[in-house]
Ligand binder design. Structure first.
Ligand SMILES: *Cc1c(COP(=O)(O)O)cnc(C)c1O
Length: 367
């Protein structure tokens, strides 16, 4: 019998999504759920985006602009680049798919951290490419280890900065080391999905200046996190013109819908919402860090809108028990960190409810 499915797909394990809020409410019969599991914006969507969207609803019988010209122009202006430096996607997810499909032939290699965003490896593997995973060093990317893995098959190097799920950054100095040691004909991807949160740290690198001097660089940003449009699916790449031209060839024609394009343009200049979101984020993190310190829990220094913490008990049980009490988090066992949790920041009330629930779970005999 012939094998119908592509062999590369058979080896891919399906993504395990977090449980949807509605399902949890029904299952545990609870009214209120705090979802601190997917790094969404607890302040909600950018109000400017919401207002702009209302104006386009009457026109959704019309296909969106296939080239997303207005959105690309707005992003270009925002970063001091040209539209020919921008590719927009249905979420950063789709940009990662474009990156893999633009560069990877079967047998090509891509280097990444062992504990990082899962899509890098899966997008490479479904094309017959080989993800090369470098073990973490002090919970960070080990760039010397990355450089040691470079060979003639290496096409892409992924840097998740801040890293998901760990939440910490690679500093400008560490990034300079990497850039100096990676040949020009290898693409370096800087995934900066949490850019606005991270850049308050003075050690956070300026990847745009790296792109200006190194054309084989791709910077990924998204509208899902800081501006609160995860449900609309818009992300983008900042890169050199030759890479944009190749990516455009494989882009699905109408990949960013009409509502998403309009909302993203409005959100880009919603400085107040961005400022409020960053402020709330660090207040929420502070509450959690204070609690973790009091308990003596090890946690990774956070520079995004989530924190990775070792609570000393198996995350599968802690996750279940927290869910019964109305808070959904992401259990670390999914990444092989059995006693760790990844917790997104929330409103201060959500954060306090999480801390109280965690305290109850850890102090009870259940967990
Ligand atoms: C959330 C996230 C993305 C992109 O998410 P989209 O919702 O698809 O834009 C990309 N990389 C990392 C590390 C993320 O956490």
């Amino acid at each position: 019998m012939k094998e119908l499915f592509r062999k590369e797909i058979k080896n891919v394990s399906p993504y395990v999504p977090g449980k949807p809020i509605e399902e949890v409410k029904k299952e545990y019969n609870i009214e209120r759920i705090d979802k601190l599991a997917s790094n969404e914006n607890p302040l909600g969507p950018s109000p400017k985006a919401l207002a702009a969207v209302k104006g386009v609803l009457d026109n959704i019988n019309i296909y969106p602009d296939a080239g997303s010209a207005d959105l690309r122009a707005a992003i270009a202006a925002f970063h001091g680049l040209e539209s020919e430096n921008i590719v927009v996607g249905s979420g950063g997810e789709q940009i990662l798919d474009f990156i893999a499909r633009t560069f990877i032939n079967a047998g090509d290699q891509a280097i990444m951290a062992e504990t990082t965003f899962g899509l890098y490896a899966s997008s490479i593997a479904i094309l017959g490419g080989v993800p090369v995973k470098v073990p973490m060093k002090d919970y960070k990317h080990d760039f010397a280890g990355f450089v040691a893995q470079i060979n003639q098959h290496t096409k892409i190097i992924y840097v998740c900065n801040p890293n998901n799920p760990l939440g910490n950054i690679m500093t400008a100095k560490e990034i300079s080391y990497l850039v100096e040691h990676v040949p020009q004909d290898i693409v370096i991807v800087f995934d900066e999905a949490y850019y606005e949160y991270a850049k308050v740290n003075p050690q956070y690198p300026d990847s745009l200046s790296i792109l200006r001097g190194r054309p084989n660089t791709v910077i990924l940003r998204t509208f899902s996190k800081i501006v609160g449009l995860a449900g609309l699916r818009v992300g983008y790449a900042l890169t050199s013109k030759p890479i944009v031209s190749e990516m455009m060839k494989i882009k699905p024609v109408f990949n960013v819908n009409r509502i998403a394009q309009t909302a993203a343009i409005a959100a880009l200049s919603d400085h107040q919402h961005i400022k409020n979101s960053v402020k709330l984020n660090y207040e929420s993190l502070q509450l959690m860090e204070n609690y973790f310190k009091r308990k003596g829990f090890e946690y990774v220094p956070p520079n995004a809108n989530f924190v990775f913490v070792n609570v000393g008990k198996h995350s599968k049980i802690v996750f279940e028990e927290l869910m019964k009490r109305g808070t959904i988090i992401r259990p670390g066992f999914l990444w092989g960190y059995d006693n760790w949790l990844r917790v997104s920041t929330g409103t201060l009330e959500q954060t306090e409810r999480f801390i109280a629930a965690l305290e109850e779970v850890l102090e009870s005999t259940i967990a």
